[in-house]
Design a protein around this ligand. Structure first.
Ligand code: BG6
Length: 498
């Protein structure tokens, strides 16, 4: 059931991903999709309205027959999920659709709604007794029958700070148990992000190096070329730290920094991620300028929906420290922004320099030992998914001129064009099959807010300088370069950019 069925997410992501899963034969055989929104539409009108989104956004370009088969699984019920009587038409529709399951149909409720509607929607589901997983688990398992599960998928943003996230968690948990709740962070559905786990824990060669003895620092960059364009209203309230760092970037950081879980079940994995988040050193709002830089692109104030004189950051660079044995004194730098020079998501791990150099560095070019660029490992999340390892080689026919070269693995080369489905495909199928590993747990979300809230408050405080301006199409404010250079380091591009 998709609440918010007329919205952008449904058209651009959910239906195209479901269509692709259908094409791959991965959807449960009896799955039906019911869209719920306020407007009056017939099933046929709703189906027709979805086709364009599938054509434009989906991996699968169904021919008319294929579309007919998929579309016949889709239904529509007009409704208002914020009021108990608003779901009468849906209840009637469910009565028909679930009749063959004799009241034991499983239900996934997807809240593709404005965030202000999450709580009212969950309350309505509670009031109508739609969250309860009925039937006795043990007897149904022994008889091999479907126990009729209920799950709810909640989109980001999950709150706007710790207090609102706790309130939302409390409301949801007063209706659903934690095992029924799937909080989406679409970064976790990206193939390369999942591959961080495989890379770290299915190979032995990296793990011995994965600590403070060999790693100098880590940089996580999520750069976008797009401006806030049509989303000014939302964005001006949210800002870069809420929109990208509290969720996507802290998820990336925890996968890079976590200890190996003992098994790949959802809770073991999430326990380890939470431990990392807990170990991140908290800062005080008055100290933000020592730990980061906020920026705003020139012309942001003139975007539609943005308040005059807004101090909302569209860029941020932060340095975080993880206070545990593995990462003590290894800074994790994060930078992200809108209207930047390139679209890239990459994690660069910079290793320490060799303790002693027996080569006189690039002597024929007059170089110094300190010029030797250290080894780096770049995890390229997008757009050109892969891994690059940079190391030194001797330039041919030189006295001993060292030259950095890259050992590269590209997903496309190894697995072909179709290698990377949209992250929603993976997350939808996981939610349908009950695997919560790639969804955020309540404690993860709350820990993440306790890390980010002081930065947001500090950057917004009257005594802090306003965000540093940067030209659109640049790499952010000069202050961000000065910030990392103050630590004797530079921002790195490890995935092919310069
Ligand atoms: C969303 C943010 O969560 O992620 C957007 O709200 C951002 O502002 C988007 O553009 C980036 O996602 P991706 O998958 O394009 O990196």
């Amino acid at each position: 059931m998709i609440f918010g069925a007329s919205g952008d997410l449904t058209h651009r992501k959910l239906i195209p991903s479901l269509c692709s899963l259908h094409g791959k034969g991965r959807l449960p055989k009896d799955l039906r999709i019911v869209g719920v929104a306020r407007g009056a539409r017939t099933d046929a009108e709703f189906r027709d309205s979805l086709l364009e989104g599938v054509r434009q956004n989906g991996d699968m370009h169904p021919n008319p027959e294929e579309w007919q088969v998929f579309a016949s699984r889709i239904f529509y019920a007009p409704g208002d999920v914020t009021s108990a009587t608003g779901l009468d038409a849906l209840q009637a529709k469910l009565g028909e659709l679930e009749a063959p399951a004799a009241g034991k149909g499983n239900r996934l409720y997807y809240l593709a709604l404005a965030p202000s509607l999450y709580e009212p929607a969950v309350n309505t589901l509670g009031l109508l007794n739609m969250a309860r997983e009925h039937s006795n688990q043990s007897s149904s398992q022994s008889s091999g029958q479907n126990p009729g599960w209920r799950r709810v998928v909640v989109e980001k943003p999950f709150g706007v700070d710790l207090a609102s996230a706790q309130e939302l968690n409390n409301s949801i948990q007063s209706v659903f148990s934690e095992h029924q709740v799937y909080r989406i962070d679409h970064y976790l559905g990206k193939e390369t992000v999942q591959n961080i786990l495989v890379f770290r824990f299915a190979n032995t060669i990296f793990e011995p190096l994965w600590n403070r003895n060999y790693i100098d620092h880590v940089q996580i960059t999520v750069a976008e070329t797009v401006s806030v364009s049509e989303r000014g209203d939302f964005y001006d309230q949210a800002g870069l730290l809420r929109d990208m760092i509290q969720n996507h970037m802290l998820q990336l950081l925890s996968l890079i920094a976590m200890e190996p879980p003992s098994s790949f079940d959802a809770d073991s994995l999430r326990d380890e991620k939470v431990k990392v988040l807990r170990a991140i050193r908290r800062i005080e709002p008055q100290d933000v300028s020592r730990h980061g830089v906020a920026g705003q692109y020139q012309g942001y104030g003139a975007e539609r929906g943005v308040a005059a004189g807004s101090r909302t950051p569209t860029y941020a660079a932060l340095r975080l420290h993880i206070d545990n044995w593995r990462w003590k004194d290894v800074p994790f730098y994060m930078r992200s922004g809108k209207a930047l020079a390139d679209k890239t998501t990459e994690i660069v791990v910079q290793f320490r320099r060799p303790p002693h150099l027996m080569f006189s560095m690039n002597r024929d070019a007059g170089g110094q030992d300190a010029d030797l660029p250290p080894n780096t490992l770049a995890i390229c999340v997008q757009p050109d998914e892969g891994f690059h390892i940079r190391f030194q080689a001797k330039a041919p026919d030189s006295w001993l001129q060292l030259h950095p070269v890259d050992l590269e693995f590209h997903y496309q080369d190894a697995f072909g064009d179709k290698a990377n489905p949209d992250s929603y495909e993976r997350l939808l199928i996981d939610a349908l099959t009950g695997d919560a590993s790639l969804f955020a747990r309540n404690d993860e979300i709350e820990e993440a807010w306790t890390i980010i809230d002081p930065f947001i408050a500090g950057f917004a405080a009257a005594q802090t300088l306003p965000p540093a301006e940067y030209p659109q199409g640049s790499w952010g404010p000069q202050e961000a370069d000065a910030f990392i250079q103050g630590d004797g380091r530079d921002w790195l591009r490890g995935c092919g950019g310069h």
